[in-house]
Design a protein. Structure first.
Length: 80
């Protein structure tokens, strides 16, 4: 697993696992899964972390499941 950067600590999502087959994040309550109006969704926020923290998840990330906006918890993204 990669070391966490300070850019990760300022985001409403936290990368908790970065493995060859998947990326796992913790999503705070109030963050939508997909963009809603002006509010970025979890995958979009994950891509922002990737660019600001000099991380790289080459290829596509596929959501394994979803969480409601009001729900906090772990989200898995499979690497493709």
């Amino acid at each position: 697993m990669r070391a966490k950067s300070s850019a990760l600590s300022r985001s409403p999502i936290k990368v908790i696992a970065d493995e060859p087959g998947f990326v796992a994040i913790h999503k705070a309550p109030g963050i939508p899964f997909q963009r809603t109006g002006q509010q970025a969704g979890a995958l979009e926020l994950l891509r922002e972390i990737e660019s600001t923290a000099a991380l790289a998840w080459p290829g596509r990330l596929f959501p394994v499941h979803r969480l409601d906006k009001v729900t906090s918890g772990i989200l898995l993204f499979a690497r493709g």
